[in-house]
Every structure is written in C-alpha cells, then in structure tokens.
Design a protein around this ligand. Structure first.
Ligand code: MG
Length: 271
C-alpha cells in the first residue's frame, strides 16, 4: 500500500451506513471503524460525519451514531437533508419549501431557517425517502413543480435496506420517487448529496479545514469515493461486501480510491 502521509490529515470525514454502523435502522457497530475513530481522537484529529441518509435529520443520525459508541459532536454531523437545506438557503433565504422525508429532513430545513409548508405558494419541493408518503403528498409536490417550484432530490438512492413498522425489507428511495415527479412535469431535479463535490467542499469549509487536510472514509465507490475524489480529497474505501452497497449515480466521476482496505484496522496500524 502506498504511503499517503496520513499523519498530515487533520479532518476525517466518515460515511455512516455500512461504514461506521450497519445502517441507521440497524445500528450495529463495525469494530474496525470504532478502533480507527478512537485512534484518530487520541491523535487529536477531527472526526466528522457526512451521510447520504435523507430521511433522518442530522440530530437523528447523531443519536444513532453516538448511541452505537462513537464520540461525535452534533455540529460535526451532516445529513443529506442538511446539505439540501443549505443549498436552498444559499439560493433563497427563508424559501417556502414542501418537504417529503419522514420528518428528519423537515427538521434540518427548519434549523436552516427555511419555511416548511404544506400550502402554496412553494419555492422548492424537496424529496427524501419517505415510507409513509401518501398519494396526496406526491400529487401536491408534482403540482407545485408544475407551477414553477424548484425540484430537489435529497440524496439519490433508488432503494435501500431498512426496517419500517417492524418490517425488514428493501424500500424505494428518493431517486425513484423524484423520477415520478420528473416524468409528470418534465422538470429535472437537482440531486443534493454525495457524490456532488460541492457537498464535500461545503462540509470541509464549514468545519474550518481545507480539502488537502481532509480524508473521506466510506464503503461506497459511487458516493463516498467518487465525490471525495472529485472534490480533491484523499479517499479510503473499506470493503463491506458488495450486497450492502446502495447504488447512486456517479456518472463519469473517477471511483478509484486512493487507498482500499479490507478492514479499517489496516489504517490504525499505519499510525
Ligand atoms: Mg455507506
């Protein structure tokens, strides 16, 4: 394995699902990830979280990860919903937003000062995965987009594994819900989440670091690696078994990690 002088890297961004824990519905800890996390803290590095989960708020992700044993700060936990809220707030302060997403994304939007509403007029329609979504909500979202609202896809998974109302299953993700609205309106959504390089830049900047100080650690070549690489960060891919990897669109982005390990304990040994 090539030496990438990890000692110099001060900001370590971690993916959540299938990297730190199995997933937010099954918060079983990966011990190699916890070992690396704790070693980095001993070395006085900054650890932060950048997840594509769009149906839960940053606070809910923080609860799942800290509950699994990771010592993490809420203000260093970034969800796709928070990224989407920041993206919209940058375009229009206090924008009126109709949000689908199991309540989590709504919380991130309110924290950003956006006006979450179920009534017209609507400036932006933002869609996260939502297993309780109704036809009325989907139809209202479509009508608002037809009337000129911007369409935002919070992260971009077509499906993902989870537990809902006690049922262990694979569920339709936000990308597929948004596809119905795109089809009905002819409007193309902006997908906010990994691998969009701007998300990595914004997160690193918000934490007060530079891209060259930073490392992205994740299990998914299409989101964590493609996006981190495109942003100019060092990237570490950990093998968790292909069957657990949620598919994302990463187009022509380079999905080759700078380092590829079977276990994050291999990284611990390099310090
Ligand atoms: Mg993952």
């Amino acid at each position: 394995m090539a030496d990438y002088s990890l000692e110099d890297k001060t900001l370590w961004l971690f993916d959540v699902d299938n990297t730190l824990i199995l997933d937010v519905d099954h918060p079983t800890v990966f011990s190699d990830a916890l070992n690396l996390w704790n070693r980095l803290l001993e070395l006085e590095k900054t650890n932060a979280i950048l997840t594509n989960v769009g149906r839960l708020s940053s606070r809910q992700i923080y609860n799942a990860v800290s509950g699994a044993g990771y010592s993490v700060d809420l203000d260093k936990t970034f969800s796709a919903g928070a990224a989407a809220a920041a993206y919209i707030a940058n375009q229009q302060t206090g924008a009126r937003c109709f949000v689908i997403g199991e309540g989590g994304a709504q919380e991130d939007f309110i924290v950003k000062g956006l006006d979450v509403t179920n009534n017209p007029p609507v400036d932006f329609v933002a869609i996260g995965a939502d297993r309780g979504m109704t036809f009325a909500e989907l139809n209202f979202a479509t009508k608002m987009v037809k009337d000129g609202a911007g369409l935002i896809c919070i992260s971009g998974s077509r499906d993902y594994p989870g537990i809902y109302l006690g049922s262990e299953d694979v569920y339709i993700g936000e990308r597929s819900i948004v596809a119905a609205i795109e089809d009905a309106t002819g409007v193309e959504a902006v997908i906010v989440g990994k691998p969009l390089p701007e998300i990595f830049h914004a997160t690193v900047e918000l934490l007060g670091f530079s891209i060259t100080d930073s490392v992205m650690v994740g299990d998914n070549p299409q989101s964590d690696i493609a996006g981190g690489r495109a942003a100019g960060m060092m990237t570490i891919l950990v093998d968790r078994g292909k069957e657990n990897i949620v598919p994302f669109d990463s187009g022509d982005l380079d999905k080759t990690p700078h380092m590829h390990v079977k276990s994050l304990d291999e990284i611990v040994k390099l310090f």
